[in-house]
Every structure is written in C-alpha cells, then in structure tokens.
Design a protein around this ligand. Structure first.
Ligand SMILES: CC(C)(COP(=O)(O)OP(=O)(O)OC[C@H]1O[C@@H](n2cnc3c(N)ncnc32)[C@H](O)[C@@H]1OP(=O)(O)O)[C@@H](O)C(=O)NCCC(=O)NCCS
Length: 248
C-alpha cells in the first residue's frame, strides 16, 4: 500500500468526523490506528468499543484526513459514502502526473485524530493524577493542572501518508477553537524522543508534564506532555522552563 505506486499526486483533505456518522468512518480509522502503531490485527476489536464509548464523552471532537485514490486500491481504509464534509486543510501527497481513472475514485481515510474534555471521573485523568503525586506534585497543583483541559486521545497517520504534514494538519484542526485552557496527551517514551510523534509535539511547543510513567496494566513507559490553548502562533521552544503546564 504505497501511494507512490499510484504514480499520481493525491489530495488529502482534513474533515471533521461526526460522532453520528461513526458507522462510516470508525472501521477505517481503527485500521489506520492499528497500522500506524504496528499493532497486531485484532486489537481493533477491543478498541472499537472503547472509541465508541469516547464519542459520548463531553467535548468529544474528531478529524480525519481523507484521500481520493483509484477504486479498489485500499479497501481496508475505504470510507462509506456520506454527505461531503467541508475540508479544512488540503495537502498533496506523492509525485508525478495525475492519471484519469475509468472508475470513480475511492475515498480512503489516511489519518485520524480525536479527543475530548478531560474529567476527574476518567481513568486517564486518575492515572496522571497518581503519577503526579508519586512524582512529588502537591495535590492542589495536580488538581489545577487537571482542570479545564482537552485530552488528545488519538492521533495517527497511515505510514504511507506520514512525513507530509498530515499529522500536524489534523492536530491543529482538532485544537482550533477549543474552549479548554490547555491540551494534555500521553505518548510512549522513545530513546532520544526520536520519532515523528515527539518531533510534532515539540514543534508545536508541548512541554513535559510527567515522564516515564507506567499505566496500570501496561509495562511501557509513557510521557505526559501539555501545551496551552489556543496554540501559540509563534511556537514556544520545547522545554521552556517558564511553561505553565508543569507541576512545578
Ligand atoms: C505521529 C504522527 C501522527 C505524525 O504525523 P505525520 O503526518 O507523520 O507528521 P507531521 O504532520 O508532523 O509531518 C512532519 C513531516 O512532514 C513534512 N511536511 C510538513 N509540511 C509538509 C508539506 N506541506 N509537504 C510535504 N511535507 C511536509 C515535514 O518536513 C516533516 O517531515 P519529517 O518527519 O521527515 O521531518 C504519525 O507519524 C503517526 O501516526 N505515527 C505512528 C503513530 C503514533 O505514534 N501516534 C502518536 C501516538 S501518541
């Protein structure tokens, strides 16, 4: 599944995904997630129920990156037909001249991002609160940090569409016009912060909230990162010591 093999540039547009239309986009989104995270097939079965549950949470919002490709190329990512949502960003992927197809192209999902308003009743919130306390953060400080925030829950771009700014377009669309004071997220710790997720978050000015935390039931270390909203126009440098999203 290589876009370059199509031999044509592909327009990718970022669109809002409606919760009521999840029957149209949820399976392709889970396919992007499993492929981007390199998880084994079957993980999406458990995740489907969880992602559905998230849709019902206060302040839930989602965006998808949609590409038009020759019919039948990427059946797993194909979106069911729906009323066209207006696009927010457009990007052109691939190289070469566009070829006229004989069949109508398929609409495929190549990226997804969603999140919701954080709340003290949520497991992720409770895990972060626990980690902050274990790291020596005062209860009052932890409570302040965990009030009025948007949780970036998922952000994934299919490997064939990565490295073209699609993830950033999804993230900036998701964080635009939020009412919360800040955005918080968790991401796996990577040696030297050397992957596209870390590069993206640092580029957008995300700072450390808590490092090397292990969630209950998962041995991998995770980092929590945060950034004020709205996103600054001139990105603040990563590791800004004056950033307000830290415990201390
Ligand atoms: C993290 C992730 C969502 C980032 O999405 P992405 O689309 O790959 O990355 P970005 O939007 O940041 O794109 C940045 C790249 O696009 C390039 N770019 C930016 N604008 C561009 C444009 N207009 N045209 C072409 N390239 C462009 C940048 O030069 C950069 O390239 P580089 O990474 O080779 O240095 C994606 O890599 C992914 O799904 N990773 C696996 C899953 C994952 O880790 N998810 C996050 C879990 S917390």
């Amino acid at each position: 599944m290589v876009y370059e093999s199509i031999g044509a540039p592909i327009d990718v547009r970022v669109v809002r995904l409606a919760g009521g239309d999840s029957h149209l986009w949820l399976d392709p989104a889970l396919n992007v997630y499993v492929t981007a995270m390199d998880y084994s097939r079957g993980v999406e079965i458990h995740r489907r129920a969880l992602w559905r549950d998230h849709i019902a949470r206060p302040g839930w919002s989602a965006f998808g990156a949609v590409a038009s490709v020759p019919a039948g190329r990427f059946p797993g990512n194909r979106l069911r037909r729906s009323s066209a949502a207006p696009s927010i960003h457009r990007r052109r992927l691939g190289h070469g001249a566009a070829r006229a197809g004989t069949q109508a192209p398929d609409e495929v999902l190549v990226g997804v991002a969603y999140g919701y308003r954080g709340g003290a009743d949520q497991w992720w919130n409770q895990q972060l609160r626990l980690g902050l306390r274990q790291a020596g953060c005062e209860a009052e400080q932890a409570a302040r940090l965990l009030t009025d925030y948007f949780e970036l829950t998922e952000l994934h771009v299919h490997p064939d569409a990565q490295g073209r700014g699609v993830g950033q377009s999804l993230l900036t669309a998701l964080l635009a016009n939020r009412t919360e004071s800040r955005v918080l997220l968790s991401t796996p710790e990577i040696p030297g912060e050397d992957n596209r997720a870390w590069a993206l978050y640092r580029r957008l000015g995300f700072v450390d909230v808590l490092r090397n935390f292990t969630f209950a039931g998962d041995p991998r270390p995770f980092a929590f990162l945060g950034q004020d909203l709205p996103l600054p126009v001139n990105r603040s440098p990563a590791h800004d010591p004056g950033a307000p999203n830290r415990c201390r």
